[in-house]
Design a protein around this ligand. Structure first.
Ligand code: AGP
Length: 604
């Protein structure tokens, strides 16, 4: 989705913001642009990759710049719809993430006042509104427009009158200010500026920030100065290289043993769970997330319920935010409900809104997140940080595994606390989890054989993934992975549900990927495979090592390394990731940046 960077300081700004903008490419975008101060406001914007923008840039001495990557919401991807947008007089330039919901009303009243609009973008109302209210002070003008614009936004604006000042404001979307030595940065994503500084300010909604090389001021909407804290954040290892892998996604799949191990150190050595204050009798848990994070939540439900007997409901954040399901679960709230928000990015608009809704209902909120300092980590009562490292591929892989692991650890913690498991059992579980990375390494070492399955899937128009019990969420995740990177239609189903409708779709050109794990549902799943085969649909089964029966009833198969069924989702996940990757690769798709998708979904 859209990204913003800004620089004001003592160095040529163009180079710095273009370099920073490239750090945001992983988020997904369709065009980019830059505005500079060269005595007048100079700007360039281009549809397509940042390289297109670079190809039209002249050298520049400007010491201040704002730049943007756009992910189209209002108006098709095009040069004219790209940011920055300028006021009619060319004196103000604005970049914007988010959406202005009432832009049509504002646009028509500005048109009545004589303003012209060039683009279809909602953003173009902002520079013109600023221009309308500008009386020599851009901060004041920004404070005035906040009463008029509705929506979610991060805005960075510059005015020709001040060659050093960037003014920025946010509402529900991320904004960070990075502090340097006589130079300061503005960004919508901390990754954009971590190369340059680890001193970060996180402004709140509606706080207006005036950033100059030697000075940062944070003001409330009435223009009173507000004190701010400067946080020192960990320097991330920059992930610029694919390390010999063809795609970031493949690299990230192969990084999973390390991601799990690093997260284990965080979970079992630094013990963040002890600081979550979960020491009351928890009556119910709601897990709230989107996409792959939602699937991790579904796996977590099985483990938490199995270990603690606390009922867990799992919700899509986009639904939860508009419902009041927490109080509805058990009627009156007898004890404070726990709401677990899962978001690798910590920025997903729906998950953030859900966190706020949960807090408003008096719930205790805990986030599982991969980005320290991200918005969600700042809004909830407690945080479990996963240590996957930065994930660049749009398809979530290593963050999924570390989210699941965090939920297993949480289940163990709650079970131990409530006396359902003793210290010995707790250590056994911990040891089992510690054994998973090496099993994944074994699987990765045999990944070549997954390629042999590709021809059975890559020509299909439609596919099904089926699983039961704790591997039903993995069927959903397999289907999501395949559809998002290969564009083959895929549905994930609980295996027992096929006969209630989807069987009608099966034929010899509808492959079914079956997850056959030897838990208490195994014999039922084998029967489901036989029902599918009887309809001539080819079955590709992923089974545990040595499971001859599952492989016998299937057309093709893959054996996982030996694993306890309750831990099998970690290995099944790696299998479905690799299978999807190899199919998408065979089809020549844009694996790291699938069409229409973005890494962080910061709009509703
Ligand atoms: C999965 O491959 C997708 N990238 C997507 O479903 C993602 O998991 C979802 O948008 C949630 O993102 P989050 O974890 O950053 O909140």
């Amino acid at each position: 989705m859209c990204g913003i960077v800004g620089y004001t300081g003592n160095k040529p700004a163009q180079e710095i913001v273009i370099d920073s903008l490239k750090k945001l490419e992983y988020r997904g975008y369709d065009s980019s642009g830059i505005a500079l101060h060269e005595g007048e406001i100079v700007f360039s914007k281009k549809e397509g990759p940042i390289a297109n923008l670079e190809s039209v840039l002249d050298s520049s001495n400007s010491k201040m710049a704002i730049a943007h990557t756009r992910w189209a919401t209002h108006g098709v991807p095009s040069d004219v719809n790209s940011h920055p947008h300028l006021s009619n007089d060319g004196k103000i330039a604005v970049v914007h993430n988010g959406t202005i919901d009432n832009y049509l009303d504002i646009k028509s009243s500005l048109e009545n006042e004589g303003f012209n609009f060039l683009s279809e973008s909602d953003t173009e109302v902002i520079p013109n509104l600023l221009s309308k209210y500008y009386e020599g002070d851009l901060v004041k003008a920004v404070s005035k427009i906040l009463d008029e614009i509705e929506g979610i936004y991060t805005i960075a604006a510059i005015h020709v009158d001040n060659p050093e000042q960037i003014v920025s404001v946010r509402n529900e979307t991320p904004l960070v200010i990075g502090l340097g030595n006589e130079e300061n940065y503005v960004a919508s994503d901390i990754y954009a500026i971590l190369k340059y500084t680890q001193q970060i300010i996180y402004p709140d909604d509606h706080q207006i920030v005036s950033v100059s090389p030697k000075d940062v001021k944070v003001l409330d909407q009435n223009l009173n100065e507000v004190k701010f804290e400067v946080e020192t954040v960990e320097k991330y290892t920059e992930v610029a290289e694919k390390g010999g892998f063809e795609h970031f996604m493949l690299k990230e799949i192969f990084e999973q043993p390390k991601a799990l191990q690093d997260s284990q150190t965080e979970l079992f050595v630094n013990s963040p769970l002890d600081n979550l204050d979960l020491n009351w009798k928890i009556g119910s848990i709601s897990v709230v997330a989107c996409g792959t994070s939602y699937h991790a939540g579904l796996v977590g439900k099985y483990v938490i319920e199995q270990l603690t007997a606390i009922p867990v409901s799992v919700h899509y954040a986009s639904e939860f935010r508009y419902a009041a399901p927490v109080q509805g679960v058990g009627g009156l709230m007898s004890s404070r409900p726990l709401v677990i928000l899962i978001s690798q990015s910590g920025e997903t608009a729906d998950t953030l809104a859900a966190a706020r809704a949960a807090k408003q209902q008096g719930c205790h909120t805990v986030a599982i997140c991969n980005v320290p300092g991200s918005r969600i980590t700042r809004e909830v009562d407690g945080v479990i940080i996963t240590k996957s490292g930065q994930e660049i591929g749009v398809a979530a892989t290593k963050t999924f595994l570390t989210q699941m692991q965090a939920l297993y650890a949480l289940a163990m913690h709650l079970a131990f606390q409530s006396g359902s498991i003793d210290h010995v059992m707790l250590k056994n579980w911990e040891n089992e989890l510690r054994g998973i990375p090496s099993k994944i390494t074994q699987l990765l070492n045999s990944s070549e054989s997954i390629k042999e399955l590709v021809p059975h899937i890559s020509k299909a128009k439609s596919t099904f993934f089926i699983g039961r019990n704790i591997n039903y969420p993995l069927a959903l995740e397999g289907a999501l992975k395949l559809k998002e990177i290969s564009y083959i239609h895929a549905e994930g189903y609980p295996a027992g549900e096929l006969k209630h409708g989807p069987l009608a779709l099966l034929s010899s050109d509808t492959p079914v990927i079956a997850i056959a794990i030897q838990d208490h549902t195994y014999s039922k799943l084998i029967s489901n495979i036989e029902e599918i085969s009887a309809r001539s649909a080819p079955v590709i089964t992923v089974a545990q090592k040595g499971d001859k029966q599952a492989l016998r009833v299937s057309d093709h198969g893959f054996e996982l390394p030996e694993v306890d069924p309750v831990l099998s989702p970690f290995l099944v996940a790696v299998f479905v990731q690799l299978l999807s990757y190899y199919v998408a690769h065979d089809l020549g798709k844009s694996i790291d940046k699938p069409r229409n998708l973005a890494k962080s979904v910061t709009v509703e």
